[in-house]
Design a protein around this ligand. Structure first.
Ligand SMILES: CC(C)(COP(=O)(O)OP(=O)(O)OC[C@H]1O[C@@H](n2cnc3c(N)ncnc32)[C@H](O)[C@@H]1OP(=O)(O)O)[C@@H](O)C(=O)NCCC(=O)NCCS
Length: 236
């Protein structure tokens, strides 16, 4: 599995070059963002997505077409054996995970100092996780919250589910998952087996990746790559 880190923001000429390979729908979505920085973030991450998937699929980036499931999970449309991917973007960082076959989810978040971590944990985490978070020192709570949050978001993104499922997976509050961990299937809850690993993104960012519906315990090989504008696009 490849995990691409996409540094944001990019210079205006890069944003414009990427804008030129977006679809009409992409541009319409970008235009709906009120802040110019959010519009640019959308254009860069979706441009990079098209370039990388187009390179793998042997397609012009402009020609890659997507559809989405009922919760908004995108996938490449109308082709057999296409790579699976997941995209996440926040502030100055984008992450894109690509796998040859297995469904994947990735999430990155900036660890905002003013984020109401305990309130959000009470709303979306299990009672046990929320309790564990509150039992940590105040200094440890923010890091532990965001580590758990990105694991849960990566998990629902791998499944193409919604935020309502977040509390179902106990993601190891306060533990490090840098080496990754296998979760067997939970048949009672109807949850498939997964691999979950923390992604070391940058200072003050939390990241995680999940591989979904694995049929046997595997330790996936992760390659961390830096996306550099121009290096993977030969179209014109
Ligand atoms: C998908 C979701 C996890 C987004 O998280 P986020 O931290 O806001 O945004 P991220 O940057 O990490 O991810 C966004 C990307 O995930 C992908 N995505 C969107 N919905 C997805 C889903 N259900 N599953 C997997 N991937 C999804 C898209 O590529 C999207 O990129 P885009 O908006 O630029 O097209 C979250 O909004 C969610 O759970 N949505 C599901 C629907 C839902 O519950 N709606 C009610 C919201 S209150």
């Amino acid at each position: 599995m490849d995990i691409w880190r996409i540094n944001l923001p990019q210079p205006q000429n890069v944003v414009e070059a990427l804008d030129s390979i977006l679809s009409i729908e992409d541009r319409a979505r970008a235009a709906r963002y009120a802040r110019p920085s959010d519009r640019a973030q959308y254009k860069v991450t979706h441009g990079a997505l098209r370039i990388l998937l187009g390179t793998i699929a042997g397609q012009n980036p402009r020609a890659v077409s997507f559809d989405v499931n009922k919760n908004g999970k995108p996938r490449i449309m109308d082709k057999e054996n296409v790579p699976r991917f997941s995209l996440s973007h926040t502030r100055d960082m984008g992450l894109l995970a690509i796998t040859p076959r297995v469904e994947v989810g990735v999430d990155v978040e900036f660890q905002r100092p003013d984020f109401p971590c305990l309130e959000i944990a009470d709303r979306f985490f299990s009672v046990e996780e929320s309790g564990r978070l509150r039992a940590l020192s105040v200094e440890a709570q923010r890091g532990a919250f965001f580590a758990a949050w990105v694991r849960k978001e990566a998990w629902i993104k791998a499944q193409g589910e919604s935020l309502e499922s977040l509390h179902l997976l106990n993601v190891g509050m306060g533990q490090s998952l840098r080496e990754g961990r296998w979760w067997g299937a939970d048949h009672a809850l109807g949850l498939p087996a997964i691999w979950l690993q923390d992604v070391d993104v940058a200072t003050n960012y939390a990241g995680a990746v999940v591989l979904n519906k694995l049929d046997k315990p595997v330790t996936p090989l992760l390659r961390y790559l830096e996306w550099v504008p121009g290096s993977h696009y030969s179209g014109g």
